[in-house]
Design a protein around this ligand. Sequence first.
Ligand SMILES: [Zn+2]
Length: 434
Amino acid sequence: MTTYLIIHNIGEIDDSLKKAFGKNEENFTTYKTILSIHLDKFKKIVDQLIGKDVVLTFDDAYEGQYEAILYALEKKVRCIAFIATDYVGSNGCKDVPIKQMTWDQIKTIHWKGCKIGSHTQSHPQLIDFTNKQERLITELGYSKEILQGTINDKVTMLAYPYSLVNDAVIQRAVGAGYTMGFTALNEEISDVQSSDVFMIPRFLLTEKTDLSKLGKLRKLKLKTYDDNDYWSKDNASHGMNEKFKVDHLIRGTHITLYNEIRKLKPERILEAGCGTGKNLKSMWILFPDKVLGGFDINPFIIDKAKNNLVASPVALFVSDAKKIKLGDNQVDVVFTNNLLQHISPKNIGKAISELIRVSSKYIIHSESCYFRNLTDAPELDRTYHPSPSFAHDYEKLYKGKGTFKWLIDNRDTQHKYLESVFLVELKGDKIEKN
Ligand SMILES: [Zn+2]
């Protein structure tokens, strides 16, 4: 089980800040002595936590957290930042006038792998709203929507301001779509756990935290990802049970994918990793006179594809992309749609060699995730990205195999998981070169 730690302000609190606190000297003392930690000390703590089953959680989005979070992520220590959306980019609130991170900084830490959670909109005591459901809806629901819209990702974790929570708040949190709720414990760091996912305890990290205690925390056991094992199981069919309809024709990357295939005038078209057959159904409508085929590693999904394409002449079969059950040069074009990004770096070379082997002329890919691997923190990543994804250097992988051309190039689109489309025209002597 994971131990969650909580951090507030990071950095110096100097006298200029004392002025900002004004007459509120008690608050200033609290922040200086209990809720602040120097960056140097924080870094020492992070170094103690490498390889531990620990998640650092940051409340209130103080600007000093930005550098600290980047440091922790670089050391592969998992982080969650809980944001009160009203205060982003501001100089803080009346009680705690400390500068907050900007939306750009929040997008950057998210992109580097920090999970983003809600700390409500205006940081109120949520239990005050037990009889004001509309305030609860706003604080929990709108903050979630604002965060999701900004980072283009799901937000399912909530940290209760002041750790004040009751059943009414939890009920609303569930209704708003949260799956985890975090409190804080003012206790020594230990391995206290809670079986209630809406009452997850966190231990305060402060200037006084005893570094020697941290070494005793549990070791992080990373789940190893095996492409075949993961995708051949029935549970890998997430998203595959949705109502089957041919809606692909209206989406940007698919228009490019299909138009390009049309231009290539192939007789035989193969989809590698065809899932439930959505693309192939579109292809069948667009190219009724072509020979169409598709395979997937998952037998359950191929059964679904067969159902979905029951009256069609599309040939469907179970096969591993790293060992395709077809002879050399059997098709004119092979295409993929979000297949390669789920193949681990260990296996990607093998898969591409196989695609090259079975295609006589062309390969087209529509794939995303070009900047970072989403598997560094598998447990947390799975909350957001049910399927592990990898960044591959496709140009390098195809080097010497043919002419490489970007049709849609979204590699520079940071903070978003947009697909790119690229075409490879294979060289005549490609088999020998393998
Ligand atoms: Zn707070």
